[in-house]
Ligand binder design. Structure first.
Ligand code: ZN
Length: 277
């Protein structure tokens, strides 16, 4: 783990518009090994990188919205969500989620204090909320577009889940103290707009916790661009610079930002940030 001075980096998530700043890292003509089989007919996609802030972008004509409509949970996690859930949960300290919950609790350090309203955007099969619920007395909610995941969380885990795609207006005037986004921002077309919208759902002193894939560490590794960080469902893969830029540009004050290698082997960047008002 390295301490990072985020202030010195460029501020330029719009770099994809300036073609001279962009280089092609790799073009896939078929899916890399181990990528879930999304059954795409004309599989051609490129990974581009900004020479300035080192952010990675996916370039292709594949409609990734379709991945999430019906069967993302089934393709990515198999038909039996409960089996997968139990398997990960049984890993205990060997799971990524265990450590996510630990750093979360340590960072916020007010588990028994006043009621905190929190929402996990993209709550998936609910592992994070389920384990967090055991440790805090906060009001926990999830937002998850996948129907199978949402139903599993509601029925099996007794979690409060909104089964919808993220839209700002969905929340009307509801505001949160904490919003978490675990491996979500890389899936959206415009992370700047997305994180900006997320910010508007925070209370005045609200905080966010975000995890995104670390493209720099992934590219440096032995498997390089064939790794999961660069799979089809990721439209953006971050560098510390581009991740910082995104948060600062969206009006956040970064409280902590780190690069880690998770137990699963994933290269990840995470940040805690406060609404900078
Ligand atoms: Zn850039």
């Amino acid at each position: 783990m390295k301490r990072i001075n985020h202030k010195k980096y460029c501020f330029d998530l719009m770099c994809m518009k300036n073609i001279q700043n962009i280089k092609t890292i790799h073009t896939f003509l078929k899916p890399p090994n181990n990528e879930p089989n999304y059954k795409i007919k004309n599989y051609k996609r490129s990974i581009l990188q900004c020479k300035n802030c080192h952010h990675f972008f996916a370039k292709h004509k594949i409609n990734t919205d379709n991945l999430y409509k019906k069967n993302y949970s089934t393709i990515s996690h198999g038909t039996n969500i409960k089996l997968k859930f139990d398997k990960i949960n049984k890993l205990g300290k060997k799971s990524d989620n265990f450590h996510r919950v630990e750093r979360f609790i340590k960072f916020f350090n007010k588990k028994d204090k006043k009621k905190i309203d929190m929402i996990d955007i993209g709550s998936g099969m609910g592992i994070f909320l389920y384990n967090l619920k055991k440790k805090v007395k906060w009001r926990l909610n999830g937002l998850e577009p996948d129907l199978n995941f949402a139903n599993f969380c509601k029925k099996n885990l007794k979690l409060k889940i909104i089964n919808k795609h993220f839209k700002k207006k969905l929340f009307k005037n509801k505001k949160y103290d904490i919003i978490s986004l675990n491996k979500v921002a890389e899936h959206v077309k415009n992370p700047f707009k997305f994180i900006n919208d997320i910010k508007s759902l925070l209370k005045t002193n609200g905080s966010i916790y975000i995890e995104v894939p670390d493209g720099i560490a992934a590219l440096r590794s032995k498997q390089g661009v064939s790794r999961e960080e660069f799979f089809l469902d990721h439209l953006h893969i971050f560098s510390i610079q581009s991740f910082s830029n995104l948060l600062i540009k969206c009006g956040f004050k970064i409280l902590r930002i780190r690069n880690i290698k998770e137990k699963s082997g994933k290269y990840t960047l995470y940040a805690f940030a406060k609404k900078n008002v």
